[in-house]
Structures are given as C-alpha cells and as structure tokens.
Design a protein around this ligand. Structure first.
Ligand code: GBE
Length: 497
C-alpha cells in the first residue's frame, strides 16, 4: 500500500522535473514574432459560391476516392463565411502575424488574368486584411498553397508547362497590386517538394498524376522555380520600394539524422537533405541544383537509356535570374527521420527515390502522433536550423509551419503543449547556442482543418472545430492558453531567466 504510493509520488515529481528540465528557460528576443498558419483549401469552404472557380482539390475530392474519409473541402471550417469570428479569435490569441493563403480561383476563376477578376473573392481577402490591420496583426500571404485553378490544369497541364510561369506571374502581380500595401511577407509557393513529388510521383496530392515517375516531378520543380523567380523579380522591381515587404518561397523538410556515426550514413543524410531541401534552396541561393543531384540523376538517366538527364538544365540567364530570389528562408518542419546509406538501387524504371538511394526509417522509441509520418523529435528542429545556416550563408529563417496532430476531440491537449514547448526550446537553442538567425515562428495550425488525403482524421489546430455541426463552432484547446502565454511572456516555462 505504502510503497506504490511513494513510488507514485516520486514518479510524478520526476515527470514534473523532467518537463521543466527539458524546456529552455531563456526568453525569445523581444523582436521575435509569433503567429499561426492556415491554407485556403483547408479552411475556407465556400467552394462554389460568389463566383469562385473550380480548382484541382475540388476536382480531386469530388471525382476520386483518394481521400481517406471520403470528405471534401466544400465547407471545411467555413472560414469563407466565418472570417470575422476567426479574426476575433486571432485577436484574442494575441498573434503578431497570421499566415494564410489566397485561393487563386476565388480571385481569378479561370486562373487567367484576362478571364474575369472575381470581385467577391477580392473583397473577401480585403476584409481579412482590414480585420488584421484593425488588430495590429501582420499578414503573411501565400500565393499558392496547392489549389491550382482547374482550367490551368486542363488547358496546358499546370505546373508541367512553361506557360505556367507567365500565368502565375500575372496572378502574383495582381495580388501585389491589390493587397501588397498591407502585406509584410509574401510566399510564392508552399512546399514545392510536395507539389512535385506527391502531385506528380507518388500521387498523394492533387492532381495525383503518377504516369512519369522520376521525370514529371523534376519538370514540375523546374517550372515552379522559374515561376517563383519571375514573381520575385516583379515584386523586387515594381512593388518592394512602395510596399516594403519581403518575399520568398517556403520549403519543407524533416531533419535527416544519420542512422549511425559511420561516414557512409553521414553521406546518406546529406544526400537526402540535398535532394529534398537543396533541390529548391540551392537554386535560390546559388543559382543551380545541388551537384549531387545533377551528377546522380544524369548518371542514372544515361544508364536507363535516356539521351540526356531527366533533371532539366537551366540556361545561364535562368541561373542568374533564380539566384538570390529570397529575402528570408521559409521553413516548414515537423519531424525527424533516420537516414542510412544503401547501395544504389538497381537501374530500371526511373523514380526519384532510386535517384537518392538512401534508406529512411523512424526510431520506434519516438513518440507518435495521429499522423504516421509525424514523430515528436524536438532536437531535430535545432539540427535542421543549424544545417540551413551552415549550408546557405546564414540566412534569416522564418519557421512558417510546425505543429502536432491528434485524432481530434481532445481539448486538454497536453501532448500538443509538450510538442510546442520542446520544439520551441530547441528553437531557442538554435538562436542562442548556434547563432541561427530565426526571427519568427508560425504554429500549424490555427484551426483543425481539412488535412488533404487524410480528410478530417488528423487535427493540427490550436482551436478545435466541430465538423459535424453545420455552424462549425470553434473551441479553444489547452494549447491556446499555453501559446498565449508564450506570446505574452516570450518565455516557455513558468519563470524565465
Ligand atoms: C504541411 O506539409 C502542409 O503545408 C500543410 O498544408 C499540412 O496541413 C501540414 O503539413 C500537416 O500535414 O501518407 O501522409 O504519410 C505524406 C508538411 C507525408 C509536409 C508529411 C507530406 C509532411 C508533407 C505521406 N508528408 N508534409 S502520408
């Protein structure tokens, strides 16, 4: 009777001690900014109202069975109608900035600038921007978070066609023109790696075209990098001076921890990072793809019988144009994966994972979440930040997404609180101990929302949304209080130094 009780007391104490021991008790720099992030298709709903055009996620959710719970973003959080309530919540939360994305086909129903501009769509984003302004919340606006107007897919194959570059640039310019005076940070594309690798190789994102693995994804990235550069140059030339904002692309990556200290595993980790993050970061920082990609893809392509590399080549002009098109690095980071050296996968049908030929897996002792890919590995965010600093000339970094999923309906979300505490602790270590220039952080996500092919089965929100209620009521989880407190005190624990 007595012993188990005593044990329980010590066990509880030790947990408490551990909790506080892990969290860093230094304060974030006073100018450090906190925000929350969302994306149009995941929260807005209103998929066919007030003149909005169809996009590739409307099409995928309506005409395939790819979404796990067979759900759609037709209504989602209904933020198209409930934005005032959402903005009031953001005000109460006390964020410095709000990262959200524009639904391209809500503004330009066909995607083209010479189609009609949809006034209702423009007005919707103007209202959001004025509600933000009213509350002193800065806007970080993503132009493209995966919801391509369907017509652009149908007319010329979307991001596989160079036509996309100009069509995107026109849309970007319209957005700068309409909204730019009230936007501090612009993001051209969210996660081009996912757009290309999942949209055009493994089929886990719209348009889920998988017919040319090892080929289409590289074309996609090539087009996106050029479209990004074109939009950046337009902003730089015609809007920066008057609008005074910053513009970049947002890249996602896990930290790939070498599976052992063997130098082969270090090489595997580095190669994996280069093929994921470097694929886009190397061009925007240095002008071209990482050498390891150029060499390996060329070598395999020739062995496979192609006349030239499956990785397209930039012209000298394109290299000059792409180089330097970032005012900061936007990083979406959630988790860590182990990387282990492997012999090269045999030549056969092309695939990007074969070009990389690295074994990746998770450590079974890492805490899980509702997403099978998301393990809680807080030290990974410190390592990836340091790697970016060292590899890309110590850029300003904004963490544009970081967060944790559960299955929903959990209001006392202590595992999410733990996730934010531990990940942010490591952000502090990156800043103070490794000298990484991280200036802001956005939690993913503001609201529970439509989690792409996982539908409504994985919830990332600080606020819960009841998706079976037509009113879509929002309820704060415990993490709201914790995040509020961080923002108010710049401190992760009860008392900072
Ligand atoms: C972000 O991407 C997205 O920007 C955001 O829209 C999304 O809601 C958020 O992640 C949470 O997922 O079959 O799901 O296991 C896909 C983060 C796994 C990058 C996970 C897809 C990480 C890309 C395979 N990854 N994600 S599966």
């Amino acid at each position: 009777m007595f012993l188990p009780k005593l044990f329980l007391v010590f066990y509880t104490l030790s947990l408490f001690w551990k909790k506080n021991e892990c969290a860093d008790n230094r304060k974030f720099p006073s100018e450090f900014k906190f925000g929350v992030a969302t994306a149009s298709y995941q929260i807005e709903g209103g998929w066919n109202v007030d003149g909005k055009g169809e996009n590739i996620w409307d099409r995928l959710t309506h005409e395939t069975n790819l979404v796990k719970d067979n759900s759609t973003g037709n209504v989602a959080c209904d933020s198209y109608h409930k934005y005032k309530e959402d903005l009031a919540l953001l005000g109460d939360l006390g964020v410095d900035f709000y990262r959200f994305s524009l639904s391209w086909s809500r503004i330009l129903p066909t995607g083209y600038i010479d189609g009609q501009i949809n006034d209702a769509g423009v007005k919707y984003y103007e209202e959001i921007l004025s509600e933000l302004e009213k509350r002193g919340i800065e806007a970080m606006v993503t132009l493209y978070h995966w919801d391509l107007p369907q017509k652009l897919q149908d007319d010329f194959g979307g991001v596989l066609n160079d036509t996309f570059i100009e069509v995107f640039a026109n849309y970007a310019q319209l957005a700068f023109e309409l909204f730019g005076s009230r936007v501090k940070h612009w993001v051209t594309f969210n996660e081009p790696f996912i757009i290309c690798q999942q949209g055009y190789e493994n089929g886990l994102k719209a348009p889920a075209i998988t017919k040319a693995p090892g080929i289409d994804l590289y074309t996609c990235a090539h087009v996106i990098l050029k479209a990004h550069a074109k939009a950046y140059r337009i902003y730089d030339k015609s809007y920066r001076k008057t609008q005074n904002g910053k513009i970049t692309i947002v890249l996602n990556t896990d930290w790939f921890e070498p599976a052992s200290s063997d130098s082969k595993d270090l090489e595997a980790s580095e190669r994996k990072l280069q093929f994921q993050f470097g694929w886009f970061a190397h061009p925007i920082v240095y002008g071209n793809y990482p050498q390891v990609m150029i060499d390996r893809i060329e070598e395999r392509s020739i062995k496979e019988g192609f006349k030239e590399s499956r990785l397209p080549k930039f012209t000298d002009n394109e290299i000059e144009d792409i180089k330097g098109t970032y005012d900061f690095i936007g990083l979406n980071h959630y988790t860590t994966t182990l990387a282990e050296w492997s012999t090269d996968i045999a030549i056969g049908k092309p695939k990007s994972t074969k070009d990389i030929s690295v074994n990746i897996f998770k450590n079974s002792s890492w805490e899980g979440s509702a997403s099978n890919w998301l393990k809680v590995v807080p030290w990974g965010i410190r390592k990836i930040s340091k790697w970016i600093k060292d590899t890309y000339k110590n850029p300003e970094i904004i963490i544009t997404e970081n967060g944790y999923s559960d299955v929903g309906g959990i209001f006392d979300d202590s595992r999410r609180v733990n996730y934010y505490r531990e990940y942010l602790s490591n952000v502090l270590k990156a800043i103070y101990d490794d000298g990484v220039n991280i200036t802001a952080y956005a939690a993913w996500s503001f609201l529970d929302n439509f989690e792409w092919l996982n539908g409504y089965t994985e919830k990332f929100g600080l606020y819960s949304v009841n998706f079976s209620d037509p009113e879509r009521p929002r309820t704060p989880k415990s993490s709201v209080n914790y995040y509020k407190n961080i923002m108010a005190t710049k401190c992760l624990v009860d008392q900072c130094l």
